[in-house]
Design a protein around this ligand. Structure first.
Ligand code: FAD
Length: 531
Protein backbone atom coordinates (compact mmCIF):
# COMPACT_ATOMS: atom_id res chain seq x y z
CA UNK A 1 0.00 0.00 0.00
CA UNK A 2 2.71 2.46 1.02
CA UNK A 3 6.17 1.82 -0.50
CA UNK A 4 9.32 2.69 1.43
CA UNK A 5 9.54 6.10 -0.27
CA UNK A 6 5.97 7.09 0.50
CA UNK A 7 6.65 9.50 3.40
CA UNK A 8 9.04 11.60 1.29
CA UNK A 9 6.55 11.59 -1.57
CA UNK A 10 3.69 12.71 0.67
CA UNK A 11 5.89 15.32 2.30
CA UNK A 12 6.74 16.89 -1.06
CA UNK A 13 3.06 16.74 -2.05
CA UNK A 14 2.16 18.57 1.16
CA UNK A 15 4.76 21.26 0.72
CA UNK A 16 4.49 21.87 -3.02
CA UNK A 17 0.73 21.64 -3.54
CA UNK A 18 -0.44 25.16 -4.28
CA UNK A 19 -4.09 24.19 -4.15
CA UNK A 20 -5.69 24.29 -0.69
CA UNK A 21 -6.93 21.04 0.83
CA UNK A 22 -10.62 20.73 1.47
CA UNK A 23 -9.81 19.37 4.88
CA UNK A 24 -6.96 18.38 7.11
CA UNK A 25 -7.63 15.67 9.67
CA UNK A 26 -5.34 15.78 12.69
CA UNK A 27 -4.98 12.35 14.33
CA UNK A 28 -4.53 8.91 12.79
CA UNK A 29 -6.52 6.76 15.20
CA UNK A 30 -9.78 5.12 14.17
CA UNK A 31 -11.75 8.39 14.28
CA UNK A 32 -9.34 10.29 12.03
CA UNK A 33 -8.95 7.34 9.66
CA UNK A 34 -12.72 7.09 9.26
CA UNK A 35 -13.09 10.83 8.65
CA UNK A 36 -10.43 10.63 5.93
CA UNK A 37 -12.16 7.64 4.31
CA UNK A 38 -15.61 9.18 4.40
CA UNK A 39 -14.33 12.52 3.05
CA UNK A 40 -12.41 10.81 0.24
CA UNK A 41 -15.48 8.76 -0.63
CA UNK A 42 -17.33 12.05 -1.10
CA UNK A 43 -14.59 13.28 -3.44
CA UNK A 44 -13.06 15.77 -0.99
CA UNK A 45 -9.35 16.57 -1.15
CA UNK A 46 -8.34 15.34 2.28
CA UNK A 47 -5.08 14.96 4.19
CA UNK A 48 -4.51 13.18 7.51
CA UNK A 49 -1.48 13.82 9.73
CA UNK A 50 -0.61 11.57 12.65
CA UNK A 51 2.03 12.64 15.17
CA UNK A 52 3.16 9.10 16.00
CA UNK A 53 2.32 5.90 14.18
CA UNK A 54 -1.16 5.22 12.80
CA UNK A 55 -3.28 3.84 15.69
CA UNK A 56 -0.47 4.40 18.22
CA UNK A 57 -2.78 6.42 20.49
CA UNK A 58 -5.80 4.76 22.07
CA UNK A 59 -6.82 2.88 18.93
CA UNK A 60 -4.19 0.16 19.41
CA UNK A 61 -4.92 -0.25 23.12
CA UNK A 62 -8.61 -1.08 23.37
CA UNK A 63 -10.20 -4.35 24.50
CA UNK A 64 -10.84 -4.89 20.77
CA UNK A 65 -14.58 -5.32 21.22
CA UNK A 66 -17.10 -4.00 18.76
CA UNK A 67 -19.96 -3.86 21.16
CA UNK A 68 -22.90 -1.99 22.50
CA UNK A 69 -21.34 -1.89 25.93
CA UNK A 70 -23.67 -3.77 28.23
CA UNK A 71 -22.21 -1.95 31.21
CA UNK A 72 -23.14 1.42 29.70
CA UNK A 73 -26.71 0.19 29.54
CA UNK A 74 -26.42 -0.67 33.23
CA UNK A 75 -25.48 2.98 33.82
CA UNK A 76 -28.48 4.20 31.85
CA UNK A 77 -26.45 5.27 28.78
CA UNK A 78 -29.13 3.89 26.45
CA UNK A 79 -28.30 6.21 23.55
CA UNK A 80 -24.62 5.15 23.49
CA UNK A 81 -25.66 1.51 23.56
CA UNK A 82 -28.31 1.87 20.86
CA UNK A 83 -25.95 3.64 18.51
CA UNK A 84 -23.18 1.14 19.23
CA UNK A 85 -25.22 -2.00 18.58
CA UNK A 86 -26.43 -0.51 15.31
CA UNK A 87 -22.84 0.16 14.25
CA UNK A 88 -21.80 -3.32 15.42
CA UNK A 89 -24.41 -4.97 13.20
CA UNK A 90 -23.34 -2.90 10.22
CA UNK A 91 -19.64 -3.70 10.71
CA UNK A 92 -20.33 -7.41 11.18
CA UNK A 93 -22.09 -7.45 7.83
CA UNK A 94 -19.48 -5.38 6.03
CA UNK A 95 -16.16 -6.80 7.15
CA UNK A 96 -16.27 -10.50 8.04
CA UNK A 97 -12.80 -11.66 9.06
CA UNK A 98 -12.01 -8.26 10.56
CA UNK A 99 -15.07 -7.79 12.72
CA UNK A 100 -16.38 -11.15 13.91
CA UNK A 101 -19.06 -12.32 16.32
CA UNK A 102 -17.92 -13.61 19.67
CA UNK A 103 -20.02 -15.45 22.25
CA UNK A 104 -20.02 -14.05 25.79
CA UNK A 105 -20.78 -15.95 28.96
CA UNK A 106 -21.95 -13.47 31.55
CA UNK A 107 -21.07 -15.03 34.89
CA UNK A 108 -23.07 -14.06 37.96
CA UNK A 109 -21.29 -14.65 41.30
CA UNK A 110 -22.87 -15.41 44.66
CA UNK A 111 -21.70 -12.10 46.18
CA UNK A 112 -22.92 -10.00 43.22
CA UNK A 113 -25.26 -7.33 44.65
CA UNK A 114 -27.16 -7.17 41.35
CA UNK A 115 -29.86 -9.85 41.14
CA UNK A 116 -29.60 -12.25 38.22
CA UNK A 117 -32.94 -11.19 36.73
CA UNK A 118 -31.60 -7.66 36.27
CA UNK A 119 -28.86 -8.98 34.00
CA UNK A 120 -31.57 -10.80 32.06
CA UNK A 121 -33.55 -7.59 31.72
CA UNK A 122 -30.44 -5.70 30.58
CA UNK A 123 -29.66 -8.34 27.96
CA UNK A 124 -33.24 -8.34 26.71
CA UNK A 125 -32.91 -4.58 26.18
CA UNK A 126 -29.48 -5.06 24.62
CA UNK A 127 -30.84 -7.49 22.05
CA UNK A 128 -33.97 -5.44 21.47
CA UNK A 129 -31.82 -2.42 20.57
CA UNK A 130 -30.21 -4.51 17.81
CA UNK A 131 -33.54 -6.01 16.71
CA UNK A 132 -32.44 -9.54 17.49
CA UNK A 133 -32.85 -12.14 20.23
CA UNK A 134 -29.52 -13.84 20.86
CA UNK A 135 -29.21 -14.21 24.63
CA UNK A 136 -30.14 -17.14 26.86
CA UNK A 137 -30.05 -17.96 30.54
CA UNK A 138 -27.33 -20.39 31.70
CA UNK A 139 -27.55 -22.60 34.77
CA UNK A 140 -24.41 -23.05 36.82
CA UNK A 141 -23.85 -26.45 35.20
CA UNK A 142 -24.24 -24.99 31.70
CA UNK A 143 -21.90 -22.11 32.50
CA UNK A 144 -19.20 -24.40 33.88
CA UNK A 145 -19.58 -26.81 30.98
CA UNK A 146 -19.02 -23.95 28.57
CA UNK A 147 -16.26 -22.24 30.61
CA UNK A 148 -14.61 -24.93 32.78
CA UNK A 149 -11.95 -22.40 33.83
CA UNK A 150 -14.60 -20.85 36.15
CA UNK A 151 -14.75 -24.04 38.29
CA UNK A 152 -14.05 -23.40 41.96
CA UNK A 153 -15.28 -19.78 41.73
CA UNK A 154 -18.52 -18.55 43.32
CA UNK A 155 -20.25 -18.39 39.91
CA UNK A 156 -23.89 -19.41 40.25
CA UNK A 157 -24.86 -19.29 36.58
CA UNK A 158 -25.61 -16.42 34.27
CA UNK A 159 -26.42 -15.67 30.66
CA UNK A 160 -24.99 -16.14 27.23
CA UNK A 161 -25.08 -13.45 24.56
CA UNK A 162 -23.25 -12.47 21.39
CA UNK A 163 -21.13 -9.40 20.65
CA UNK A 164 -18.22 -8.81 18.25
CA UNK A 165 -14.47 -8.30 18.25
CA UNK A 166 -11.74 -7.02 15.95
CA UNK A 167 -8.04 -6.19 15.77
CA UNK A 168 -8.10 -2.46 16.47
CA UNK A 169 -4.82 -1.64 14.65
CA UNK A 170 -5.73 -3.65 11.59
CA UNK A 171 -9.12 -1.94 11.61
CA UNK A 172 -7.43 1.48 11.47
CA UNK A 173 -5.10 0.33 8.69
CA UNK A 174 -7.92 -1.21 6.67
CA UNK A 175 -9.94 2.01 6.94
CA UNK A 176 -6.87 4.04 5.93
CA UNK A 177 -6.36 1.70 3.01
CA UNK A 178 -9.93 2.39 1.89
CA UNK A 179 -9.30 6.12 2.32
CA UNK A 180 -6.14 6.13 0.19
CA UNK A 181 -7.77 3.92 -2.44
CA UNK A 182 -10.35 6.69 -2.85
CA UNK A 183 -7.77 9.48 -3.08
CA UNK A 184 -7.24 10.44 0.59
CA UNK A 185 -3.67 11.12 1.72
CA UNK A 186 -2.35 9.97 5.10
CA UNK A 187 1.06 10.38 6.66
CA UNK A 188 2.34 9.13 10.00
CA UNK A 189 4.97 10.79 12.20
CA UNK A 190 3.84 14.32 11.27
CA UNK A 191 2.64 16.45 14.18
CA UNK A 192 0.24 19.37 13.84
CA UNK A 193 2.23 21.70 16.01
CA UNK A 194 0.19 24.85 15.76
CA UNK A 195 -3.09 26.08 14.27
CA UNK A 196 -2.83 28.71 11.52
CA UNK A 197 -5.47 31.42 11.71
CA UNK A 198 -6.78 34.22 9.50
CA UNK A 199 -6.78 37.83 10.71
CA UNK A 200 -10.30 37.32 12.13
CA UNK A 201 -9.10 34.29 14.11
CA UNK A 202 -10.67 31.56 11.97
CA UNK A 203 -8.57 28.41 11.70
CA UNK A 204 -7.16 28.12 8.16
CA UNK A 205 -4.64 25.32 8.46
CA UNK A 206 -1.88 23.77 10.54
CA UNK A 207 1.86 24.11 10.94
CA UNK A 208 3.32 20.61 10.89
CA UNK A 209 6.65 19.03 11.84
CA UNK A 210 8.13 15.72 10.79
CA UNK A 211 8.63 13.65 13.93
CA UNK A 212 9.95 10.43 12.34
CA UNK A 213 13.23 9.23 13.80
CA UNK A 214 16.05 9.46 11.20
CA UNK A 215 13.94 11.76 8.96
CA UNK A 216 15.33 15.13 7.91
CA UNK A 217 14.35 17.98 10.21
CA UNK A 218 11.50 19.67 8.34
CA UNK A 219 8.32 21.60 8.90
CA UNK A 220 5.61 23.17 6.75
CA UNK A 221 2.43 25.22 6.82
CA UNK A 222 -0.60 23.59 5.21
CA UNK A 223 -3.87 25.33 4.44
CA UNK A 224 -7.34 23.86 4.22
CA UNK A 225 -10.96 24.95 4.12
CA UNK A 226 -11.46 23.16 7.41
CA UNK A 227 -9.36 21.42 10.05
CA UNK A 228 -10.80 18.49 12.00
CA UNK A 229 -9.23 17.70 15.33
CA UNK A 230 -9.52 13.92 15.81
CA UNK A 231 -6.76 13.63 18.35
CA UNK A 232 -8.74 11.66 20.93
CA UNK A 233 -7.31 12.08 24.41
CA UNK A 234 -5.03 14.87 23.07
CA UNK A 235 -7.94 16.93 21.69
CA UNK A 236 -7.66 19.72 24.27
CA UNK A 237 -4.06 20.47 23.18
CA UNK A 238 -5.29 22.06 19.93
CA UNK A 239 -8.44 23.56 21.47
CA UNK A 240 -6.52 25.46 24.13
CA UNK A 241 -4.59 27.22 21.34
CA UNK A 242 -7.94 28.89 20.60
CA UNK A 243 -8.36 29.93 24.21
CA UNK A 244 -10.91 27.19 24.91
CA UNK A 245 -11.20 25.45 28.27
CA UNK A 246 -10.05 21.82 28.57
CA UNK A 247 -12.99 19.43 28.44
CA UNK A 248 -11.48 15.96 28.46
CA UNK A 249 -10.97 13.62 31.35
CA UNK A 250 -8.19 11.16 30.56
CA UNK A 251 -8.99 7.74 31.97
CA UNK A 252 -6.47 4.91 31.71
CA UNK A 253 -7.50 1.33 31.16
CA UNK A 254 -5.05 -1.57 31.37
CA UNK A 255 -5.07 -5.20 30.33
CA UNK A 256 -3.19 -8.40 31.05
CA UNK A 257 -2.52 -11.05 28.42
CA UNK A 258 -2.23 -14.77 29.15
CA UNK A 259 -1.32 -17.68 26.89
CA UNK A 260 -4.58 -19.42 26.03
CA UNK A 261 -3.04 -22.65 27.35
CA UNK A 262 -2.86 -21.03 30.82
CA UNK A 263 -6.23 -19.27 30.69
CA UNK A 264 -8.28 -21.41 28.29
CA UNK A 265 -11.71 -20.05 27.44
CA UNK A 266 -13.61 -20.98 24.32
CA UNK A 267 -15.48 -17.69 24.34
CA UNK A 268 -15.45 -14.39 26.21
CA UNK A 269 -16.44 -14.14 29.85
CA UNK A 270 -18.05 -11.07 31.35
CA UNK A 271 -17.61 -10.88 35.12
CA UNK A 272 -17.53 -8.33 37.89
CA UNK A 273 -14.55 -7.45 40.04
CA UNK A 274 -15.06 -8.80 43.58
CA UNK A 275 -13.79 -5.56 45.11
CA UNK A 276 -15.97 -2.94 43.42
CA UNK A 277 -18.32 -4.88 41.10
CA UNK A 278 -16.88 -3.19 37.97
CA UNK A 279 -17.40 -5.16 34.75
CA UNK A 280 -14.27 -6.98 33.58
CA UNK A 281 -13.81 -9.10 30.46
CA UNK A 282 -11.72 -12.15 29.69
CA UNK A 283 -11.60 -12.43 25.91
CA UNK A 284 -9.94 -14.95 23.61
CA UNK A 285 -8.18 -12.97 20.89
CA UNK A 286 -5.58 -13.87 18.28
CA UNK A 287 -4.54 -17.01 20.14
CA UNK A 288 -4.21 -15.45 23.62
CA UNK A 289 -6.59 -14.44 26.41
CA UNK A 290 -6.98 -10.75 27.17
CA UNK A 291 -8.07 -9.74 30.68
CA UNK A 292 -9.17 -6.20 31.52
CA UNK A 293 -9.75 -3.46 32.08
CA UNK A 294 -9.25 -0.78 34.74
CA UNK A 295 -10.58 2.80 34.94
CA UNK A 296 -8.16 5.23 36.61
CA UNK A 297 -7.43 8.90 36.05
CA UNK A 298 -4.31 9.35 33.93
CA UNK A 299 -2.17 12.36 34.74
CA UNK A 300 -0.09 13.06 31.63
CA UNK A 301 -0.05 12.11 27.99
CA UNK A 302 3.63 12.94 27.60
CA UNK A 303 4.76 9.36 28.17
CA UNK A 304 3.58 5.96 26.95
CA UNK A 305 0.74 4.90 29.26
CA UNK A 306 1.68 1.83 31.29
CA UNK A 307 -0.02 -0.37 33.86
CA UNK A 308 0.67 0.62 37.47
CA UNK A 309 1.45 -1.87 40.23
CA UNK A 310 -1.96 -1.28 41.81
CA UNK A 311 -3.84 -1.85 38.53
CA UNK A 312 -1.81 -5.02 38.03
CA UNK A 313 -2.77 -6.30 41.49
CA UNK A 314 -6.40 -5.30 40.96
CA UNK A 315 -6.62 -7.31 37.74
CA UNK A 316 -4.80 -10.31 39.22
CA UNK A 317 -7.25 -10.26 42.14
CA UNK A 318 -10.14 -10.57 39.68
CA UNK A 319 -8.33 -13.36 37.78
CA UNK A 320 -7.89 -15.33 41.01
CA UNK A 321 -11.54 -14.85 42.04
CA UNK A 322 -12.93 -15.93 38.66
CA UNK A 323 -10.47 -18.69 37.77
CA UNK A 324 -9.18 -19.97 41.15
CA UNK A 325 -8.23 -23.47 40.02
CA UNK A 326 -5.83 -22.20 37.34
CA UNK A 327 -3.45 -20.80 40.00
CA UNK A 328 -2.37 -18.02 37.66
CA UNK A 329 0.50 -15.88 38.89
CA UNK A 330 2.38 -12.82 37.74
CA UNK A 331 4.74 -15.14 35.85
CA UNK A 332 1.87 -16.27 33.59
CA UNK A 333 1.30 -12.74 32.29
CA UNK A 334 2.68 -12.59 28.73
CA UNK A 335 2.27 -8.86 28.31
CA UNK A 336 0.24 -5.88 29.45
CA UNK A 337 -0.94 -2.74 27.75
CA UNK A 338 -2.64 0.47 28.74
CA UNK A 339 -4.65 3.01 26.82
CA UNK A 340 -6.15 6.37 27.67
CA UNK A 341 -9.85 6.87 27.07
CA UNK A 342 -10.86 10.27 25.79
CA UNK A 343 -13.88 10.89 27.99
CA UNK A 344 -15.83 14.13 28.21
CA UNK A 345 -15.33 15.09 31.85
CA UNK A 346 -18.28 16.03 34.03
CA UNK A 347 -16.48 15.76 37.36
CA UNK A 348 -17.97 12.45 38.53
CA UNK A 349 -15.99 11.07 41.46
CA UNK A 350 -15.93 7.58 39.94
CA UNK A 351 -14.24 7.58 36.48
CA UNK A 352 -16.29 4.51 35.44
CA UNK A 353 -19.47 6.57 35.76
CA UNK A 354 -18.49 9.15 33.10
CA UNK A 355 -20.49 8.88 29.86
CA UNK A 356 -18.83 7.22 26.84
CA UNK A 357 -20.83 9.40 24.45
CA UNK A 358 -18.75 11.41 21.99
CA UNK A 359 -18.75 15.20 21.76
CA UNK A 360 -18.31 17.59 18.87
CA UNK A 361 -17.31 21.25 19.12
CA UNK A 362 -16.87 23.82 16.38
CA UNK A 363 -14.69 26.63 17.70
CA UNK A 364 -13.20 29.37 15.46
CA UNK A 365 -13.71 26.99 12.54
CA UNK A 366 -11.86 24.10 14.22
CA UNK A 367 -14.03 20.99 14.43
CA UNK A 368 -13.13 18.72 17.34
CA UNK A 369 -14.57 15.25 17.71
CA UNK A 370 -13.57 13.21 20.74
CA UNK A 371 -14.85 10.69 23.24
CA UNK A 372 -16.98 7.83 21.96
CA UNK A 373 -15.76 4.34 21.20
CA UNK A 374 -13.95 2.29 18.64
CA UNK A 375 -17.31 0.72 17.76
CA UNK A 376 -18.91 4.02 16.77
CA UNK A 377 -16.07 5.29 14.56
CA UNK A 378 -18.08 5.49 11.34
CA UNK A 379 -20.96 7.39 12.94
CA UNK A 380 -18.50 9.76 14.62
CA UNK A 381 -16.77 10.43 11.29
CA UNK A 382 -20.06 11.18 9.65
CA UNK A 383 -21.02 13.63 12.45
CA UNK A 384 -17.69 15.45 12.12
CA UNK A 385 -18.03 15.80 8.36
CA UNK A 386 -21.63 16.97 8.55
CA UNK A 387 -20.35 19.76 10.80
CA UNK A 388 -17.88 20.66 8.02
CA UNK A 389 -20.38 20.72 5.15
CA UNK A 390 -20.64 24.51 5.19
CA UNK A 391 -16.94 24.71 4.32
CA UNK A 392 -16.40 21.64 2.14
CA UNK A 393 -19.78 21.13 0.51
CA UNK A 394 -22.28 18.31 0.65
CA UNK A 395 -21.31 14.72 1.37
CA UNK A 396 -22.47 11.65 -0.49
CA UNK A 397 -25.16 9.68 1.38
CA UNK A 398 -23.68 7.22 3.86
CA UNK A 399 -22.36 4.14 2.03
CA UNK A 400 -20.20 1.11 2.84
CA UNK A 401 -16.94 1.75 4.67
CA UNK A 402 -15.19 -1.18 3.04
CA UNK A 403 -15.11 -1.97 -0.65
CA UNK A 404 -17.47 -4.94 -1.07
CA UNK A 405 -15.53 -7.93 -2.37
CA UNK A 406 -18.43 -10.28 -2.72
CA UNK A 407 -18.03 -12.56 0.26
CA UNK A 408 -19.70 -13.22 3.53
CA UNK A 409 -18.77 -14.97 6.75
CA UNK A 410 -19.76 -18.42 5.50
CA UNK A 411 -18.32 -17.98 2.03
CA UNK A 412 -14.81 -16.49 1.81
CA UNK A 413 -14.06 -15.46 -1.77
CA UNK A 414 -13.29 -18.42 -4.00
CA UNK A 415 -9.88 -17.11 -4.95
CA UNK A 416 -6.84 -19.23 -5.68
CA UNK A 417 -5.95 -20.19 -2.09
CA UNK A 418 -3.13 -22.56 -1.11
CA UNK A 419 -4.70 -25.71 0.31
CA UNK A 420 -2.67 -25.39 3.54
CA UNK A 421 -4.84 -22.46 4.69
CA UNK A 422 -8.17 -23.40 6.24
CA UNK A 423 -11.41 -21.40 5.92
CA UNK A 424 -10.84 -19.50 9.17
CA UNK A 425 -7.35 -18.43 8.09
CA UNK A 426 -8.64 -17.33 4.68
CA UNK A 427 -11.44 -15.30 6.21
CA UNK A 428 -9.02 -13.65 8.64
CA UNK A 429 -6.73 -12.66 5.77
CA UNK A 430 -9.58 -11.28 3.65
CA UNK A 431 -10.88 -9.26 6.60
CA UNK A 432 -7.51 -7.74 7.36
CA UNK A 433 -6.04 -7.32 3.90
CA UNK A 434 -9.02 -7.21 1.52
CA UNK A 435 -7.99 -8.00 -2.04
CA UNK A 436 -4.32 -8.35 -1.02
CA UNK A 437 -5.14 -11.46 1.01
CA UNK A 438 -4.23 -13.85 -1.77
CA UNK A 439 -0.83 -12.22 -2.26
CA UNK A 440 -0.06 -12.98 1.39
CA UNK A 441 -1.36 -16.50 1.02
CA UNK A 442 0.63 -17.04 -2.18
CA UNK A 443 3.96 -16.21 -0.50
CA UNK A 444 4.96 -19.86 -0.57
CA UNK A 445 7.97 -19.36 1.70
CA UNK A 446 6.15 -17.38 4.40
CA UNK A 447 2.45 -18.26 4.31
CA UNK A 448 2.85 -20.30 7.49
CA UNK A 449 1.79 -19.33 11.02
CA UNK A 450 4.29 -17.70 13.34
CA UNK A 451 4.58 -20.27 16.17
CA UNK A 452 2.10 -19.70 19.05
CA UNK A 453 0.19 -17.08 17.04
CA UNK A 454 -2.49 -17.00 14.36
CA UNK A 455 -0.52 -14.52 12.22
CA UNK A 456 1.50 -15.60 9.19
CA UNK A 457 5.16 -14.78 8.57
CA UNK A 458 4.07 -13.22 5.27
CA UNK A 459 2.23 -10.54 7.28
CA UNK A 460 5.61 -9.45 8.65
CA UNK A 461 6.99 -9.14 5.14
CA UNK A 462 3.97 -7.24 3.83
CA UNK A 463 4.05 -4.83 6.78
CA UNK A 464 7.77 -4.14 6.40
CA UNK A 465 7.42 -3.72 2.66
CA UNK A 466 4.31 -1.62 2.28
CA UNK A 467 2.60 -0.61 5.52
CA UNK A 468 4.39 2.60 6.48
CA UNK A 469 6.58 1.06 9.16
CA UNK A 470 8.93 3.70 10.55
CA UNK A 471 10.13 1.97 13.73
CA UNK A 472 10.33 -1.60 14.97
CA UNK A 473 7.59 -0.73 17.48
CA UNK A 474 5.27 -0.01 14.53
CA UNK A 475 6.00 -3.46 13.12
CA UNK A 476 5.82 -5.54 16.31
CA UNK A 477 3.19 -3.71 18.33
CA UNK A 478 0.74 -2.51 15.68
CA UNK A 479 1.14 -4.18 12.23
CA UNK A 480 1.67 -7.76 13.44
CA UNK A 481 0.82 -7.90 17.15
CA UNK A 482 3.76 -10.06 18.22
CA UNK A 483 4.62 -7.65 21.04
CA UNK A 484 1.42 -8.51 22.86
CA UNK A 485 0.79 -12.13 21.94
CA UNK A 486 4.28 -13.59 22.37
CA UNK A 487 6.37 -13.87 25.53
CA UNK A 488 9.23 -11.41 25.85
CA UNK A 489 7.61 -9.13 23.27
CA UNK A 490 8.47 -11.57 20.47
CA UNK A 491 12.21 -10.94 20.89
CA UNK A 492 12.80 -14.69 21.08
CA UNK A 493 12.19 -14.82 17.33
CA UNK A 494 13.90 -11.54 16.45
CA UNK A 495 16.45 -13.26 14.18
CA UNK A 496 13.70 -14.57 11.92
CA UNK A 497 11.92 -11.21 12.01
CA UNK A 498 15.19 -9.56 11.03
CA UNK A 499 15.75 -11.98 8.15
CA UNK A 500 12.32 -11.14 6.72
CA UNK A 501 11.92 -7.47 7.59
CA UNK A 502 15.37 -5.88 7.42
CA UNK A 503 15.79 -6.07 3.61
CA UNK A 504 12.30 -4.62 3.12
CA UNK A 505 12.90 -1.77 5.56
CA UNK A 506 16.33 -1.00 4.13
CA UNK A 507 17.88 -0.59 7.59
CA UNK A 508 21.59 -1.32 7.99
CA UNK A 509 22.75 -3.44 10.94
CA UNK A 510 23.46 -0.42 13.14
CA UNK A 511 19.93 0.90 12.60
CA UNK A 512 18.48 -2.56 13.21
CA UNK A 513 20.35 -2.88 16.53
CA UNK A 514 19.19 0.60 17.52
CA UNK A 515 15.56 -0.29 16.73
CA UNK A 516 15.75 -3.53 18.72
CA UNK A 517 17.16 -1.67 21.73
CA UNK A 518 14.46 1.03 21.48
CA UNK A 519 11.73 -1.56 21.09
CA UNK A 520 12.97 -3.54 24.08
CA UNK A 521 13.04 -0.40 26.20
CA UNK A 522 9.47 0.60 25.27
CA UNK A 523 8.20 -2.95 25.65
CA UNK A 524 9.69 -3.30 29.14
CA UNK A 525 8.28 0.06 30.18
CA UNK A 526 4.77 -0.08 28.72
CA UNK A 527 3.93 -3.64 27.64
CA UNK A 528 5.51 -5.79 30.32
CA UNK A 529 4.64 -6.38 33.99
CA UNK A 530 5.22 -3.40 36.31
CA UNK A 531 8.63 -3.44 37.89
C1 FAD B 1 -8.45 0.44 27.83
C2 FAD B 1 -9.45 0.80 26.75
C3 FAD B 1 -10.30 -0.17 26.25
C4 FAD B 1 -11.21 0.16 25.27
N1 FAD B 1 -11.97 -0.82 24.74
C5 FAD B 1 -12.85 -0.53 23.78
C6 FAD B 1 -13.60 -1.57 23.18
O1 FAD B 1 -13.40 -2.76 23.47
N2 FAD B 1 -14.50 -1.23 22.24
C7 FAD B 1 -14.72 0.06 21.88
O2 FAD B 1 -15.60 0.30 21.06
N3 FAD B 1 -13.99 1.07 22.39
C8 FAD B 1 -13.05 0.79 23.32
N4 FAD B 1 -12.26 1.78 23.83
C9 FAD B 1 -12.40 3.14 23.32
C10 FAD B 1 -11.65 3.31 21.99
O3 FAD B 1 -10.42 2.62 22.02
C11 FAD B 1 -11.40 4.79 21.71
O4 FAD B 1 -12.62 5.47 21.83
C12 FAD B 1 -10.87 5.02 20.31
O5 FAD B 1 -9.77 4.18 20.03
C13 FAD B 1 -10.44 6.48 20.17
O6 FAD B 1 -9.98 6.66 18.86
P1 FAD B 1 -9.52 8.08 18.38
O7 FAD B 1 -9.12 7.96 16.95
O8 FAD B 1 -10.56 9.09 18.69
O9 FAD B 1 -8.27 8.43 19.29
P2 FAD B 1 -6.78 7.85 19.17
O10 FAD B 1 -6.76 6.47 18.72
O11 FAD B 1 -6.07 8.15 20.43
O12 FAD B 1 -6.16 8.71 18.01
C14 FAD B 1 -5.77 10.06 18.19
C15 FAD B 1 -4.44 10.23 17.52
O13 FAD B 1 -4.11 11.61 17.44
C16 FAD B 1 -2.71 11.70 17.45
N5 FAD B 1 -2.34 13.08 17.76
C17 FAD B 1 -2.43 13.71 18.95
N6 FAD B 1 -2.01 14.99 18.85
C18 FAD B 1 -1.64 15.16 17.54
C19 FAD B 1 -1.13 16.27 16.80
N7 FAD B 1 -0.93 17.45 17.39
N8 FAD B 1 -0.84 16.09 15.50
C20 FAD B 1 -1.07 14.89 14.89
N9 FAD B 1 -1.57 13.82 15.55
C21 FAD B 1 -1.86 13.95 16.85
C22 FAD B 1 -2.30 10.70 18.51
O14 FAD B 1 -0.96 10.31 18.32
C23 FAD B 1 -3.28 9.58 18.28
O15 FAD B 1 -2.74 8.53 17.49
C24 FAD B 1 -11.30 1.48 24.79
C25 FAD B 1 -10.44 2.45 25.29
C26 FAD B 1 -9.50 2.12 26.25
C27 FAD B 1 -8.55 3.14 26.75
Amino acid sequence: MWPRTYRDEVWSQITTANERWDLIVVGGGITGAAILAEAARSGKKALLVEAQDFSAGTSSRSTKLVHGGLRYLRQGQVFVTRRSVKERERLLAEAPGLIDPIGFSLAVFSNDPMPRWMYGLGLAMYDALAWKWAHERQSKAQLLARIPALRGSTAVGGYRYVDAQTDDCRLVLRVLEEATRQGGVAINYVRAQRLLRTSDGTVRGVAVTDTAPFAPSRSAEIEAKVVINATGAWADDLRVQLGQKSRLRKIRGSHLTFASSRLPISEAVSLVHPRDQRAIFAVPWEGVTIFGTTDVDHPSLDEEPAISASEFEYLLEAVHAAFPQLSLTERDVLSTWSGVRPVIGTGKSNPSKESREHALWKESGLITISGGKLTTFAAMARDALIAAETEIGALKPRGPIFEPIGHDRDHPPQWDWPSALNEAQRLRLVGRFGRDATALAADSELATPIPHTVALWSEVRRAARSEAVVTLCDLLLRRVRLGIVLPNGGLDCIDEIKRIAQPELGWDNARWEHEVAQYNQIWLKAYSTPR
